[in-house]
Ligand binder design. Structure first.
Ligand code: DGI
Ligand code: FE
Ligand code: FE
Ligand code: FE
Length: 188
């Protein structure tokens, strides 16, 4: 599949501003893959599809998760914001025939991260965080660090997200902590 076909599929699922975000994530991810390597078509497809389930109603996402024995049940105990990645990966496999496990995992884990992320997973995770439309404290630092080192970029994004959630007394999904610990140990 080429990226234009992916955009055509994904656009009707997304609110206009979410589709604009998706296009910026693709552009950012492609630039990162030119710097850090990786199959450009896979990067484009993973980035184009990453938020396909973002604007689906929460009860529909919940039903997908309950129906899919391979997804962890504990997702449902956490914020519904965490459901669109795993369900998006199921949707693109089932409805659009994307079978590549690396693409599916990049979609699945783009919100939480996970330990031992592949290069493609890291590129989609950090492109989603630093795309030029994002505005929040620390974003410039995250952009600069990502230009220098992909692992350091993901590490700072995970650290900022964990700190942000903790300041708001929000629960943190375990995979996010595990991803942070994994990169902390690798970067020693
Ligand atoms: O879908 P996007 O808005 O493009 O970005 P995303 O899929 O990375 O969603 C990020 C949101 O998820 C952000 O507002 C923080 C929230 N979130 C809630 N709980 C957790 C979490 N993010 C992580 N990494 N871990 C959590 O436990
Ligand atoms: Fe997302
Ligand atoms: Fe993200
Ligand atoms: Fe996104």
């Amino acid at each position: 599949m080429d990226v234009n076909k992916a955009f055509e599929i994904v656009q009707p699922f997304l609110k206009p501003e979410r589709f604009e975000h998706t296009k910026r994530v693709v552009e950012t991810a492609v630039k990162l893959s030119q710097k850090y390597g990786g199959d450009q078509n896979k990067v484009e497809l993973a980035a184009a599809f990453h938020d396909i389930a973002k604007n689906r109603p929460a009860d529909l996402l919940k039903r997908w998760i309950l129906r899919e024995p391979l997804l962890p049940r504990d997702l449902l105990e956490f914020h519904h914001e965490l459901w669109h990645g795993p369900v998006g990966a199921l949707m693109v496999r089932q409805d659009y025939g994307i079978e590549d496990p690396d693409i599916l995992n990049a979609i699945r884990y783009h919100t939480t991260g996970r330990p031992a992320m592949t290069k493609l997973e890291k590129i989609v995770f950090i492109a989603d965080y630093i795309e030029p439309g994002r505005k929040f404290p620390g974003i410039e630092e995250a952009r600069e660090i990502t230009e220098k080192d992909l692992d350091l970029g993901c590490h700072v994004a995970l650290k900022n997200t964990i700190q942000f959630l903790m300041k708001q007394r929000q629960p943190i999904y375990p995979a996010t902590f595990y991803a942070y610990n994994d990169l902390t140990q690798k970067l020693k």
